[in-house]
Design a protein around this ligand. Structure first.
Ligand code: ADP
Length: 330
């Protein structure tokens, strides 16, 4: 059976981008068709300035939201990364296979490090090695497929390179995984800045729709989304020339299970498009929010799911990570 692994970072509240780009597919497609593991990757939240209490709270919230989004512990394994030591153990071995040049070429590292330096801060070494830990997350489980949004495909490429290199040098140990991206929704952009992605950790601004946003907040954010000036007001799908409108068309299409090209030219005004997008997003989030409320009333259940998930994950990862230790000479 195909093995799937994917994760979400507890660096902020989960967004509509996380849901459309990843989590929805995990719940409605992946867990049904494969042996899937979904992880709150809390170690990755330590790569930037963080508040310990907040990371702990956000990890629990992210896990609860994954369950609220439809991940079913009967069908898949849901757990927290730091509960399974194998991730960190394997990461070190992979650091001995990766090169610093490779790490410095990662786009996300370059962007985040530049931002950190602009703010006058220092860059944590873990920000540079983050993709190696991500490779460990994936390779520890013999993963075949990694369902992710566009922003993560470079990291999955690196994971493949490290798996191939390790296997060549030390004998076949790892499955070489591949990234799988959704056709629509793989890159949801910030509503106020439609040339940057809607990221949970980037800002807490009006351009990000969170999974727990009340309908009124969703309405305000989408109605105030920037649209594109100049070259007419046609509501056409053109990512380059019309990033704002195209983003709304993409969100609407993703919510409705259609494709944005088919919606191109259908709307006569930006206002009408925004109104339908608000409705679609509110409807999309409603069941997730209802289930989230129920789960919050039963923290012991979430606790139990995470405990069982970690135990199961540990059992899956340990033999392969032990084999990697032996293969590399330890
Ligand atoms: P974030 O950038 O929000 O911190 P994570 O690294 O936690 O995201 O990613 C969790 C999953 O959500 C990944 O598969 C990632 O590709 C996907 N994802 C994150 N942001 C977006 C977005 N704006 N559009 C589509 N997918 C996204």
């Amino acid at each position: 059976m195909t093995r799937i692994f994917s994760g979400v970072k507890p660096t902020g509240h989960l967004t509509l981008g996380n849901y459309l780009g990843a989590v929805r597919r995990w719940a409605f497609v992946d867990q049904q068709r494969a042996d899937a593991l979904f992880c709150v990757v809390d170690l990755h939240a330590l790569t930037v300035d963080h508040d310990p209490g907040r990371v702990r709270r956000l990890s629990r919230q992210a896990a609860t939201l994954l369950l609220a989004s439809g991940l079913d512990p009967e069908l898949c394994t849901v757990f927290v990364q730091s509960h399974v030591d194998e991730h960190a153990r394997l990461s070190y071995l992979l650091e001995c296979v990766a090169t610093d040049g490779e790490m410095r070429r990662m786009i996300q590292y370059k962007e985040k490090a530049a931002r950190e330096r602009e703010r006058g801060g220092s860059v944590r070494l873990s920000l540079l090695t983050y993709p190696v830990l991500m490779a460990a997350d994936i390779l520890a489980y013999g993963t075949d497929e990694v369902p992710v949004g566009d922003d993560q495909t470079q990291h999955v490429e690196l994971t493949r390179d490290l798996a191939v290199r390790f296997n060549q040098r030390y004998g076949h140990t790892f499955v070489v995984p591949r990234a799988v991206r959704p056709e629509v929704g793989a890159r949801v952009m910030n509503l106020q800045e439609p040339t940057s992605k809607m990221g949970k950790s980037d800002d807490v601004g009006p351009g990000v729709v969170y999974l727990l946003d009340e309908p009124d907040a969703v309405r305000k954010k989408i109605m105030r989304a920037v649209t594109d000036s100049g070259s007419g007001q046609d509501v056409v799908y053109d990512r380059e020339a019309r990033p704002g409108v195209s983003n709304l068309l993409e969100i609407l299409a993703a919510c409705e299970g259609g494709n944005p090209e088919a919606l191109s030219g259908v709307y006569e005004s930006y206002g009408a498009l925004k109104k339908d997008t608000v409705e679609a997003v509110v409807e999309l989030l409603r069941p997730v929010q209802e289930r989230h409320k129920q789960l919050c009333a039963d923290p012991a259940y979430v606790e139990g799911v995470l405990r069982d998930g970690a135990e199961k994950a540990r059992g899956m990862a340990r033999p392969r990570v032990d084999a990697a230790y032996r293969a590399i000479g330890l």
